[in-house]
Design a protein around this ligand. Structure first.
Ligand code: ATP
Ligand code: MG
Length: 480
């Protein structure tokens, strides 16, 4: 054991008692008092050794699920066939899983069966990478049977045992390796990486939901660019986000792939914004040809500076590259079974990404007009996307310069200026009474006209001024 390893073990013994929530300690102590062994396992031990606060605490025990259920009244069998019982302690749910080993993975996704064991080290050996195969008891004594501590100190991701065999068992593991590399900034050990490349095609057999969860965590990690580059290098990108793959192989317009990656890494860590950043200019890579995609004035990528849009540009229309990109984004997100809300949000962000400018920040009336188009909840995200897009277009080393546009967007989104017809000081009934109209499309047209006027200048949003504007609109025909 090296001196650094000894030091880290000691640190864990000193640190754990101060970090371990009392509710978790109580469950461990109770299991031990009943004659079982209990250990913290997986991500939480890894995080503690890295000096991070673990987001959750996973417990493993030699007690069988029925024993755990008996010991903790009110606990729920949440995955008994895999040995997991959820115990509520101190008001918080805690997963307690029986030590287990796994049978063959007939379908490359799930073990055909699992066996419970009293041997912690057998349980640790079934885990994916060595840094995730560490355990600690409640006194902070580390159990390391696969050299995880050494790898953690070298910041290295290494499969437990034979990497090819481990990836053949569960085809999700190579993607987990990429995710951990993006989250932790660790290097992937040579033989493990070669096995990742060999195993990549099997990802096609993994459910869309599991892939989606890992992709989301890669994009939300501190190193989303690295994650996406590793997906490309391993051959997994084409299986996850097929529309990006040709660009990643350099087939798209020159500089476009780099621009997407730069925008991604400059975007704030919100899933919708990061997804939209990665997709936003996808429409520029679309091949010109017949079909709706090329029906309009397709703008071609012509170097980083070209993303700067003119202020006051009209809302997106069919055939424009944001529209083409939005459709491609929706297609990919639906394939990965993203929820409808996220999909719609990303689609909107891509479609509208050229309607604002960050530098100089779009003027207020324009922000209000765009806010009316995308809706209040999306406006700030759109501003962040645009700020990242423009900063990325400034070339390497670009930063999201200030937050002037996002700050303005937040004010518009949260402010009391009307962005919707329903928020106007004059309602549909009043318009009908004023103009002697019956319910119908004409009323809607007048209201739209009023909203346009108010978006331009919110001081117009008084009953008196809107009534005057309505009468005028009635006289001239509401612009329909
Ligand atoms: P995080 O802290 O981000 O949740 P994690 O490492 O805890 O990361 P989980 O998905 O919560 O990841 O899994 C908990 C533990 O279970 C892992 O640390 C690992 O030991 C083991 N594990 C999870 N998924 C697999 C898998 N597909 N193959 C082998 N072991 C796995
Ligand atoms: Mg976890």
């Amino acid at each position: 054991m090296t001196a650094r390893e000894r030091f880290l073990r000691l640190k864990l013994r000193l640190l754990l008692p101060t970090m371990l929530p009392a509710s978790v300690r109580r469950v461990m102590a109770r299991l031990e008092a009943a004659g079982f062994s209990a250990h913290l396992v997986g991500g939480c031990v890894r995080d503690l050794l890295l000096g991070r606060r673990p987001p959750d605490w996973d417990l493993a025990t030699s007690a069988r699920p029925d024993g755990v259920l008996r010991l903790f009244p009110g606990s729920v069998p949440t995955g008994v066939e895999h040995g997991t019982v959820t115990v509520t302690s101190g008001g918080r749910p805690l997963q307690v899983t029986t030590y287990r080993v796994e049978g063959p993975y007939g379908d490359h996704r799930h073990p055909d069966r699992v066996w419970f064991t009293e041997d912690l080290s057998a349980d640790l050996r079934r885990r994916d990478v060595t840094i995730n195969a560490l355990a600690a008891d409640r006194r902070g004594r580390l159990v390391d049977v696969v050299g995880g501590l050494g790898d953690l100190l070298c910041r290295r991701l290494r499969a437990v045992g034979d990497p090819d065999a481990r990836f053949a068992e569960d085809a999700l593991r190579p993607l987990r390796v990429v995710r951990l590399a993006a989250q932790l900034g660790f290097e992937v050990d040579g033989p493990t990486w070669e096995a990742v490349e060999r195993a990549a095609p099997a990802l096609a057999r993994v459910s869309a939901e599991r892939v989606r969860e890992e992709l989301s965590r890669i994009l939300l990690s501190p190193r989303p660019r690295r994650g996406v580059e590793l997906l490309r290098d391993s051959g997994m990108l084409g299986l996850i986000l097929p529309r990006l793959e040709p660009l990643a192989r350099g087939q798209g317009p020159q500089g476009l792939w780099e621009h997407l990656l730069s925008t991604l890494e400059l975007a704030p860590p919100r899933l919708e914004v990061r997804l939209a950043a990665l997709f936003h200019d996808l429409g520029l890579g679309a091949e010109p040809g017949p079909g709706p995609a090329s029906a309009g004035p397709e703008r071609r990528w012509s170097g980083p500076g070209a993303v700067r849009a003119e202020a006051g540009r009209a809302a997106p229309g069919p055939g424009r590259h944001p529209e083409v990109g939005a459709a491609a984004a929706r297609e990919m997100l639906e394939r990965l079974r993203f929820d409808a809300r996220t999909t719609a949000a990303v689609e909107t962000l891509v479609r509208w990404h050229e309607t604002l400018t960050a530098c100089p920040p779009a003027p207020w009336p324009q922000l209000r007009a765009v806010g009316a188009g995308v809706g209040r909840p999306r406006l700030e995200d759109l501003a962040w996307l645009r700020a990242a897009d423009e900063a990325a277009a400034c070339g390497p080393g670009g930063r999201v310069i200030g937050g002037a546009l996002p700050r303005r967007a937040r004010r518009v989104a949260r402010g009391r200026w009307p962005l919707r017809v329903e928020e106007l000081a004059l309602g549909g009934r009043e318009v009908m009474a004023l103009l002697g109209l019956k319910a119908g499309p004409e009323v809607g047209r007048v209201l739209e006209r009023l909203l346009e006027a108010v978006l331009e200048d919110p001081r117009r949003n008084t009953r008196r001024r809107l009534a005057a504007l309505a009468r005028e609109a009635g006289r001239t025909g509401a612009g329909g």
